[in-house]
Structure formats: C-alpha cells, structure tokens
Design a protein around this ligand. Sequence first.
Ligand code: ADP
Length: 481
Amino acid sequence: MNNHADTLKKPISIRLKITLWYTTALIAMALFTGFAIFFAGNQILQKTIRDNLIETVEHNVDEIEFFGAWEELEQTKDVDQFVRYGSGYLEIDDDFLDQVNEVYTALYREDITLLYGENPISKETAGLPLQDSLIQRTTVAGTVYYIFDRELTGEGLEGLWLRGVVSEQQGVSQMSDMLQFSLVFLPALVLLAVGGGYLIARRMLRPIQQLSETAEQIQKGGDLKKRIELDPGKDELHQLADRFNAMFARLDEAFASERQFVSDASHELRTPTSVILAQCEFSLEEPRSGQEYEKALCTIQRQGRKMSRLIRDMLDVTRLETRADSYVREPLDLEELVDSLCEDMALIREKGITLEWQTQKASCLGNRSLLTRLLSNLISNAYRYGRENGHIRVCLRRREDRVELTVEDDGIGISAEDQDKIFRRFYQADPSRAGTGTGLGLSMAAEIAQIHGGRLFVESELGKGSKFTFSMEALDGAVFP
Ligand code: ADP
C-alpha cells in the first residue's frame, strides 16, 4: 500500500533539491551574519560610547581655571563664563563641552552639589560616590547610563570634580537602525539569490531534460541514428551528452555489424543449401544410375561439410566476440606453443609446401587455445594460398618489450586493395581459390589479437607472397616447468 503511494508521489527534481539546499544554507548564513553584526556592533558601540565619554570629560578638565580675585579674571582677554568658588572665581572656557554627542559634563563640589553644567540624571546620581577616572554604570527608568568622574587638580581647584554622563540609548538607536536595515536587506538578498539560483539551475539542467527526451525517443522509435543536440558548450553535461552520443554511435555500429553478420551468414549458407536441395530433387525426380546417385551424394556430402565448417566458424566468431572477457589469460611459453604447433602442421605438406620455423625464448600473458587458433589459422591460409612446392616460414622473436610472431609464404599474395578487407568477416579476395575456407579465419585471428591487446597486420605483394605479423606485450620473468 505504502509502496504504491510512494510511486504515485512526484519525485523531487534535482533543480528543486539544489534550490532547497542552498536556500537553507543562505538563510542560515543570513541569520548568522545578522547575529554577528548585532553582537559585534553592540560591543563596538558600547566601547565607542565609553571612549567618547572619557575623551569629552578629559577635554573639559583643561577648560576650567581658578582666579583668586575679580581683577585677575578681568585681565584675561575675554571672560566666557564664570562661577564663584570659595574666595575666588572659576573661569569656564568657551571650549568647555557641556553637552556634546549626548555626553553631558557638569562641575561638582566634593559633596556632589552642582556648580556648573547639566546632568540629565542629576537626582538619581546624587548618591553615587565620586570616583576618580572610573566608569560607573547605572540604570534609570530602564535606560543604562555610564558615568565618568574626574577630580580636578591645580591651584584653587581642590575639591572640584567633573562628572560626565552618557546614556546607552543613543547607541541602541543606532543599533536598531542597523538591525532594521539587516532585517529588510538580508531577506531581500536571500530572495534574490534563491530566485536567481533557481533560474540558473533550471537553465543549466535543461540539457539533462534534452538527454532524457532523446533517450526516450530512441527507446520508443528504436532509431539509433538519433543524437542529443545541445547548444554549444563544454561543461560536464555537454561531455555527458557527447559520451551518450558516442555510445549511441557504438551501439548503432554494433547492431549494423550484427545485421550484416546475419545477412552474410544466411547468404553463405544459401549456396550449399540450394546445391543440396537441387541434388536431392535431381535424385528423386526419376530413377538414376548408381553412378549418378554416387555423384549426387558426393556433392551433398561436400556441401554438407562446407555448411558444417561455416556453422562451426560462425559459432566460434560469435563466441569470441560475446565472451571476450571470459577468456583467461595466463603466463604462456610461446616458444613451446609455436614449436609444437609447427611440428604438427609441418606434416600437412599440402602442394609439396615445406614449413620451416625459428623460435626464441618468449613468453606472454595469453590464452593458449586462442593463440593456437590464431597461429593455426595463419599457417592454414599460408598452405591454402601458397604455391606448389613453396615455403612457409614461421618466426617467433623478442622485440624490445614485445613478442613478434610472423608467418610468411611465397604464395599468390594479396592486392593492396584487398589487404584492408581480408580481416572482415566472410571476405574472400578470390572465392574460387578459397577451397575449404569460410572467410572467417582472419577476422577470428584479428579478434584474438585484440583480446590480447595485440596487433595483427599484413604485408603482401600480389604474386610474390604474404607476411602476417602478430605482436603483443611480452612477459618477463615467467618460469615454466
Ligand atoms: P578463408 O577461409 O577464405 O581463408 P580468411 O579470413 O582466413 O578466410 O581469409 C580471408 C581472405 O584473405 C582469403 O579468402 C584470401 O583471399 C585472403 N588470404 C588470407 N591469407 C592469405 C595468404 N596467406 N595469402 C593470400 N591470400 C590470403
């Protein structure tokens, strides 16, 4: 029941997943930044407020002067403000900052009675003892105030204090401005990033959509010629599309070659089948002489053998191609393999041809039965296309880090034009001379070379002979009993 419900649910798209992920990350980041701004800003502001308070009071210390008599006071160029104090006068300079940046500075007697200036929380701080160069903190009606006292020194200034007061309110209002700004600005930024990101993700993931649509079209229509076409670009998705296209091309090729094989195979089998059927019809049509029956039976037997060879070779070729990975490769004494196979094949002596061989110590990582098949195919061809009383030379040698096996004959040779084609399945340069050949031997040999990571190629001249070379990586240090 549950499973059914799950399958009905629309899966979350990658686009949405990406958007959700970074939206969460962005919100977390915005919150973190907001808090960081608030806390760090608060700290800095508080310090600034206090520094400001100290600075203002310290500045004001120098702006107060004592004069013992009125005449002395009058002698100064311009008297700004003065208050009587003890037996003389206190001159308060114009530069005295009694209220600046919300900092209030007032002049006090030792018993905390106000002489000059203003203190917004005068009453509330009346009981607060004067403490020289120390910041005190007090809360009045929910507002935090900082108080800084400074004792005056100098002639006639004994018993005088400056008291500076500042409220935290000023800083808080600046902070709240900043917070309000952050509250609008950060969510707006998050929204912008989410919207923009969603559009970019949609645009960037569009190729995947195209890819999936093309794959679906191919699956439905079976047309492997279709390719994924994207706008120009070189990102990972374009690379993916290129790989898919390469895969479609490869599949197309494989299917085409498969179709070709089936068509070639049926074509090859058609001739012997028609001959057999014709011979049967001929024999059954009316009574024939013993000789005629014998001739017909011989033809049927020859064609039957041909079909049997064809079927065997076709099975071998398909097996090689479809099970290329399943052939075990192990350390192989190639010298022993070539020697023993040549010894056996030298006995054929077809058309008076002699087989000579020359080997060196050489080993490789290979499959014994496949490499035997490769060499025996090459030697059989050398016999089949060799000339009367000709020669076949087989040679095995080490070439740097490779082993090289050559089979050379002095037979009919292969034209330059045919040299490329003879490795194709069923290709025969001259079918009339192929005798028992099926046209599959060389394609099988080439497949075996490929399975071994090796190369098989031909050098030949028409009328003079051919030389087939197989080379593959050598194996060093293998010990054979
Ligand atoms: P086949 O069974 O016909 O020999 P192969 O695949 O072994 O098939 O060879 C393909 C064709 O290549 C042959 O039909 C022949 O025309 C040509 N060929 C192969 N080996 C030789 C050779 N040693 N000398 C001349 N022609 C050769």
